[in-house]
Ligand binder design. Structure first.
Ligand SMILES: *Cc1c(COP(=O)(O)O)cnc(C)c1O
Length: 435
């Protein structure tokens, strides 16, 4: 069984890699495959090294106290909040932990429903579920983000929040989402894990809704391998998030930042960031605009190089100036044509792929089957929880959109030659697959 699966995969790979380049010659655009890499870690240099050595030399790896007063994580929080244009930032151990802090800060729990896109990362679903809430999926549109037109009819008296996820560097259309939230008195969580540094109509993503989260894991804009952050302008939400991330306590450093204690202790988690991580992220946040400018200018060259192709339809960008340019995606109108584009691009050694970095969540077996560790998990024992149906039938448009788009991932360190090759490969392949 395993062997057969392996052999069929190997055969498919061999067929694709033996495909002739699109112009019928045997000469691909590149001799070696072009590969996008991880962004932030390519910018590591003496700045990160010095930060780490400070922590070693000070023998103070814990954020709240030590041999000397530790300042890495708290300074990172200060500079991160400044960059994102919010009053408060909380550093945590991951984007997933940040989502849990945000959901709990908003007091989402048993009986509450949260609307999220059907195409996003697992953490969005688990953060809602593990708080006791009920995840309700909405379809995506051609921006790959939640379709604002598919939200309102999913709102019930139990709906408490909308999770607006800014996927693959592209801001969700908040000008259409926020009025719906306001009209129905819902909170908005911005998940900016894949869009650290992106902006929407001039404002950094994460600063526009009630609370925002970011991931600082290897695959995101800046990184310490792992890490996350929560931002908000609301002192109560910040205090609740801070307490949730540290066993219910509000530590003096954060108490001073919010001015006074407004809440009392409750049961929380431990998602505290270490000073090593904080030091690396401090070096990285000071480079974020350079990284973004590099990746954006590469994406711009590709957009400009392909925009005159007849009939070309690109991924929808609600704010082209604010997106990161994580990938340049095109609509091939059906899966067959999209898959042919991917196969031909591979033969040119310029790999293309379907939208990536997320999963179509309602079709994941553990979600479709509502699997929880304890069979009595209350979410799926309520009337709504029993009635809700996940699975492919709950998100046909998301599956259809995901099937017909393909594109090339960008890297901030691509050279002009690399982006020229991407343009050349698309221009060579596109006519062979266009309608
Ligand atoms: C990566 C990601 C997360 C989780 O971040 P981690 O740091 O990996 O825990 C959450 N949401 C989205 C959309 C992501 O892409």
């Amino acid at each position: 069984m395993h062997r057969r699966a392996f052999l069929s995969t190997a055969t498919a790979a061999a067929v694709i890699s033996n495909a002739k380049p699109a112009d019928g010659s045997d000469r691909p655009v590149r001799n070696q495959p072009l590969r996008a890499s991880y962004w932030g870690s390519q910018y590591y240099d003496d700045k990160e090294r010095e930060q780490l050595m400070d922590v070693v030399n000070n023998q103070s790896p814990f954020r709240w106290y030590g041999k000397v007063q530790p300042l890495k994580v708290v300074t990172f929080e200060k500079e991160f909040a400044q960059r994102m244009g919010t009053r408060y930032a909380l550093a945590v151990t991951s984007g997933t932990a940040a989502l849990q802090c945000a959901v709990n800060a908003l007091e989402i729990g048993f009986g509450d429903e949260v609307i999220l896109p059907a195409w996003t990362w697992h953490s969005c679903y688990t953060a809602i579920l593990l708080a006791g809430g009920l995840p309700v999926f909405a379809e995506i549109d051609e921006s790959f983000n939640i379709d604002p037109a598919d939200i309102e009819h999913r709102i019930t008296p139990q709906t408490k929040a909308i999770m607006a996820v800014h996927l693959q560097g592209n801001p969700a259309d908040l000008d259409r989402i926020l009025p719906i939230a306001r009209k129905h008195n819902l909170r908005v969580i911005e998940d900016c894990a894949q869009s650290v540094g992106a902006s929407y109509k001039g404002r950094p993503v994460g600063s526009i809704g009630d609370i925002g989260i970011y991931s600082l894991q290897l695959n995101k804009t800046i990184t310490a391998g792992e890490g996350g952050a929560v931002v908000t302008n609301d002192p109560v939400l910040f205090e609740r998030a801070s307490r949730f991330h540290d066993l219910g306590a509000l530590r003096p450093v954060h108490k001073q930042i919010v001015g006074e204690e407004r809440l009392s202790t409750f049961a929380g988690c431990n998602f505290r960031m270490s000073e090593f991580t904080g030091g690396v992220l401090l070096a990285q946040i000071r480079k974020v605009d350079r990284i973004i400018e590099d990746v954006r200018s590469n994406a711009r060259r590709v957009y400009e190089g392909v925009s005159d192709l007849p009939g070309i339809r690109l991924r929808r960008l609600p704010d082209p100036a604010g997106e990161l340019g994580t990938g340049v995606y095109m609509d091939f109108q059906n899966k067959e044509r999209r898959d042919r584009f991917i196969a031909l691009m591979k033969a040119e050694n310029v790999p293309a792929s379907p939208p990536s970095g997320s999963a179509i969540l309602p079709v994941q077996a553990y979600i479709e089957n509502k699997v929880t560790i304890h069979p009595a998990w209350p979410t799926f024992h309520s009337e709504r929880g029993k009635a809700i149906r996940y699975g492919a039938a709950s998100c046909p448009r998301t599956i259809e959109i995901h099937d017909r788009f393909g594109g090339v991932l960008m890297d901030p360190k691509f050279t002009k030659r690399d982006t020229d090759d991407i343009v050349a490969a698309i221009r060579k392949v596109y006519p062979k697959v266009a309608a």
